[in-house]
Every structure is written in C-alpha cells, then in structure tokens.
Ligand binder design. Structure first.
Ligand SMILES: Nc1ncnc2c1ncn2[C@@H]1O[C@H](COP(=O)(O)OP(=O)(O)OP(=O)(O)O)[C@@H](O)[C@H]1O
Ligand SMILES: [Mg+2]
Length: 288
C-alpha cells in the first residue's frame, strides 16, 4: 500500500479526549447499558481501530464522538471543546451509503457545502479536489445507481471529506464489499488519511483490516463495552500486503482473535470460572 509517510505534526487539530464515558439507552421498559466508563485519548492525525463483539457499543461510541448519540456519563472533548451535536468537522461514514439517488456524484459531494451556504463559485474547487482524490472525476456526472458498490462508497467518503473534517469516523465502511474492492478501498483510505491529515477512528469486525490499517487497536469487552486491550501496531509504514503474512502481524492478529473469542464465549455463557490467561505481546497493551 502506498502513500503513508505519516506524521502527527504539533498544532494539528483533531485531538479526541474521551473521559469516563458511559452510554445507556432506554429500550421499551429497560435500560440497555451500551458502554461503561471509557477513558481514552486519540492524538491528532492518529488512526485507531475499535474491535469488539457485536453489541458491545462500538457504533454507540462513534456516534457519541460524532455528536448524534448522547453520553449518559462523562464527556468527550475534541480539540478541548465538548461535543454536543454533529458538526462537519467530525465526519462519519457508515457501511451503507446514504447518497441521494436523484443527484449526480458531483451533486452529492457538493450538497454539504451548499447547505452550509457556500456560494456556487466557491464550491467548485473543493469538490474538484476531493473527486480527484477519490478518483471519481470522470464519473462526476453519473448517478449513484449506475456505480459499483466500491464507487458508491468512494462518493460517500468524498461527501464527508469535502467538509475537510479534522476527525473522521468509519463504521464498518467496507464490510459489504468484495475482497478485492475492500483491499483497494483500504489502500485509498490510507492515501486519503495521509494526504488530508485527519484523525481516524475506525470500526471493523475484520482483524486483518484492523491490524493492517491502524496505528493502534482497542479491543472492547462484551456489553457494557469497556476497553479490554489497547495496543500500538508496530508495523512499518507504508504498509504493504506482504505484511499480512509476517510473524509480527500474525502475533497481533492471534492476540486480537483470542480476546474476541473469549469475550464472545463469555457473552454466550460458554466459559466456566476465570477466563484463561491470554498471552499478551509484551510490547503492546497500554493498559499494562
Ligand atoms: N438507539 C438505541 N436504542 C436502544 N438500544 C440501542 C440503541 N442503539 C444501540 N442500542 C443497544 O446498545 C448496544 C450497543 O449497540 P451498538 O450498535 O453500539 O453495538 P456495536 O458494537 O456497534 O454492535 P455491532 O458490532 O453489531 O455493530 C446494543 O445492545 C444495542 O442493541
Ligand atoms: Mg455497530
């Protein structure tokens, strides 16, 4: 994978500070505690992936950083300011695109700028630039329904990126794509991240994807989600597909899979007594 000489320059925006965050929902007659007491910081320009069993609160936590899910406890600060509502500086990309089918690719990408009251003449340049970055300039007059799944997801990325977010959250963005397209999208995401210097918080169920893309991986426990492990990915950048078979990669992958397996079994009541001790790679878990 190309284009990933990564630096987190000082003074860069996009610092996320999550302090004692708890999220609970009222579901008919009961309270569902999604996440509990999460405290974690993400540096400007970092790329962090959240892994965890289904229902452990990953999407809820992303939603809280984005500002469309309310915390029931704690606070989330982005560049020292508490998050209360969604804002174009914090973009979110979901697995399924939410493009307007009646607008062209260009119309979809331009829409957010238009809503923010930016004049037509001033919208041209940022839209052209983002379309170029996601390699869709030649498809700008096409409609979403005529594009492949990967191209639709690139429009979706462009629609968020045109606002120049300092923080970008991606919730299983490539889960619906075939393996080959997924690899291309992963490569493109790393290029966009490198070129646009934003902080990324990424959610996936795919351990390979987590380890290959990220600076750091957080593994969450079963619900209510807490941080079970927090480790740096010490693989060199730019990352290349041949790292998928390296000893280091497989060690990290095995560690993640064991943690996830343990959390899933415990959720299903299939473990007895104390959980088995999982061998932690010594250089990693920041929780100690
Ligand atoms: N708006 C809501 N109202 C009620 N309960 C909710 C709401 N949103 C999420 N939940 C519940 O909160 C818990 C965490 O959900 P969340 O979607 O954050 O998990 P997740 O880790 O993203 O799961 P998955 O991996 O399946 O996407 C689940 O039990 C879910 O049913
Ligand atoms: Mg989810």
């Amino acid at each position: 994978m190309k284009g990933q000489a990564h630096s987190t320059g000082s003074g860069q925006a996009g610092e996320i500070s999550i302090r004692n965050a708890g999220i609970a929902f009222l579901a008919s007659d009961r309270v569902v505690e999604a996440v509990r007491d999460i405290s974690v910081e993400f540096g400007p320009g970092s790329f962090t992936t959240l892994l965890g069993p289904s229902g452990c609160g990953k999407s809820s936590l992303l939603g809280a950083i984005a500002g469309f899910v309310s915390l029931t406890q704690g606070v989330i600060l982005v560049d020292q300011r508490p998050v209360h509502r969604p804002d174009g500086s914090r973009g979110v990309v979901f697995q399924h695109h939410n493009l307007f089918p009646w607008k062209t690719v260009r119309g979809n990408v331009e829409f957010g700028l238009k809503m923010r009251g930016i004049r037509k003449t001033e919208r041209q340049r940022p839209v052209d630039e983002i379309l170029d970055r996601v390699k869709l300039s030649t498809f700008q007059h096409s409609y979403p329904g005529h594009l492949s799944g990967g191209m639709q997801q690139r429009v979706n990325l462009a629609r968020v990126l045109v606002n120049r977010p300092t923080v970008m959250m991606l919730d299983e963005p490539f889960a619906a794509l075939d393996a080959q397209t997924r690899l291309q999208m992963q490569e493109m995401l790393l290029e966009l991240w490198n070129g646009l210097k934003m902080t990324i918080v990424f959610v996936t169920h795919d351990v390979d994807e987590a380890v290959l893309l990220s600076d750091r991986v957080l593994v969450m426990s079963r619900r209510p989600g807490r941080i079970r492990a927090d480790f740096e990915v010490p693989l060199a950048r730019p990352r290349a597909a041949d790292q998928l078979t390296s000893t280091e990669f497989n060690r990290l992958k095995k560690y993640c899979l064991e943690l996830l397996r343990e959390e899933s079994l415990a959720e299903e009541g299939m473990t007895e007594g104390e959980p088995a001790a999982i061998q932690e790679p010594e250089f990693t878990n920041r929780l100690g």
